[in-house]
Design a binder for this molecule. Structure first.
Ligand code: GCU
Length: 409
């Protein structure tokens, strides 16, 4: 274990005032490692984008896990009158086999029942188990801690974050898996063992694995595997996929979007530092807090940047740029200073220079919009009045933005 300062001491030093933001230029994502600026979309895609992707793979979120020897899925059940008759509900077990061992997750899927033709789909991970995302009392309880206990045994506890009936009414299918089932979100040896990395590399220690891999890397890989399975659903149009995530799962959605171009719309809700927020503003959380509290989220080498937030050679506009020219939605909340709403917005403004190479505008606003004003472009933004959360107001904007790309119901 690396020696770290006590968390209380670090947190006591954090800045929440705009006046405490150091004045530092945001690095330009278009400047290649050799110092030359890319001139067009081709150079971006073929020269500069791979450099940034490699950087994040080596220094931040790690490499994607390789595919296990076998991946399979099994439809456990189908309910044809779910959500008051609006939806078809399926629960699908996704399993991975490697060298005689297995890991599996259950995906909860709702599909609009009255759909004529194929429908777009939202794909996202949940924090506390599939059974917490819906009021339907017969949904399988998922989300295990390492000791086999459920992370949350309270059904419907997170329903306000997953308003499936309203999502279905907008003409979208929606799929979710509990993130603990992919990598239990604990900085322990058991968590690494039970994760997808434990399946692939049973001989390696967590320290060895953490040099190359991370929990966020596992979760984002899991989102892509969900999409692989959704591709077999004949009612789902897998050319119209929106990946969503709140908070640490917003960081995860961004990294999934960076790695997998099948995600045509990428949603970062209150993702904060390590997600959409610019580190160099030093407002709210910082790298030292992240690597002290959640060392497993990043590769172990990421901690060399602790304390250097203001002077990094990269910043999170680089991560956002990896989504270009696909649609990117950034959501903040007024009370969520920990995640630095303005820093989330500004990273989107700076990522726009990459969108412009594609003849797109990117973020259609130069100054931070007032609360509850939706800005919709290839990069969309809003700041909801209220606390750190994902609520229908947020979903409503993301779905509207996605409809501009996928078409309306
Ligand atoms: C903590 C963490 C954040 C993270 C959040 C969450 O607050 O510091 O970086 O986004 O948890 O995932 O809820």
């Amino acid at each position: 274990m690396k020696k770290r300062r006590p968390l209380d001491t670090i947190i006591a030093e954090l800045n929440y005032e705009e006046s405490g933001v150091p004045s530092r230029e945001v690095p330009c994502a278009l400047i290649m490692n050799n110092g030359r600026k890319v001139l067009n979309a081709w150079e971006w895609m073929n020269l500069r984008r791979p450099e940034i992707l490699d950087f994040y793979r080596n220094e931040v979120f790690g490499a994607s896990p390789a595919m296990p020897e076998t991946m399979s899925y099994e439809i456990l059940n189908v309910k044809n009158d779910a959500l008051d008759g609006r939806a078809i509900r399926k629960e699908i077990r996704i399993s991975f086999f490697h060298q005689g061992s297995c890991r599996s997750w259950v995906m909860l899927l709702y599909i609009p029942k009255d759909a004529k033709g194929k429908v777009p789909v939202t794909v996202g991970l949940n924090f506390r188990g599939n059974h917490t995302t819906t009021a339907e009392s017969d949904v399988i309880m998922t989300g295990k801690k390492c000791d086999g206990e459920l992370v949350e045994d309270q059904r419907a506890a997170q329903c306000e974050r997953w308003e499936f009936a309203r999502i279905i009414d907008r003409g979208f299918a929606s799929a979710t898996v509990c993130y603990h089932d992919i990598f239990p979100d604990f900085a322990t040896e058991e968590a690494w063992e039970q994760s997808i990395y434990g399946l692939l590399f049973p001989e390696k220690s967590p320290e060895e694995l953490n040099e190359k891999f991370s929990a966020i890397g596992a979760w984002s890989w899991g989102l892509s595997r969900m999409l692989d399975v959704l591709s077999s659903e004949d009612k789902i149009d897998c050319s119209k996929v929106m990946v969503t995530g709140h908070s640490r799962l917003g960081k995860t959605a961004l990294w999934a979007g960076a790695n997998d171009p099948r995600f045509g719309v990428v949603v970062s809700n209150d993702s904060g530092h390590g997600g959409a927020a610019l580190f160099r503003r030093c407002l709210g959380e910082n790298i030292e807090v992240l690597v002290t509290n959640f060392p497993h989220w990043f590769v172990s080498g990421f901690d060399k940047y602790a304390g250097k937030d203001a002077d990094l050679k990269f910043d999170q506009n680089f991560l956002l740029s990896l989504i270009a020219p696909r649609m990117l939605c950034i959501g903040s909340a007024t009370e969520d200073l920990w995640a630095d709403p303005k820093g989330e917005f500004l990273a989107g403004v700076h990522a726009s220079e990459v969108y412009r190479l594609f003849g797109a505008e990117g973020m259609p606003a130069a100054s931070h919009p007032a609360a509850d004003v939706n800005v919709t472009g290839e990069i969309s933004y809003h700041m909801r009045t209220g606390a750190h959360n994902i609520l229908w107001q947020d979903w409503d904007h993301y779905l509207s933005a996605a409809e501009t790309v996928f078409g309306r119901k």
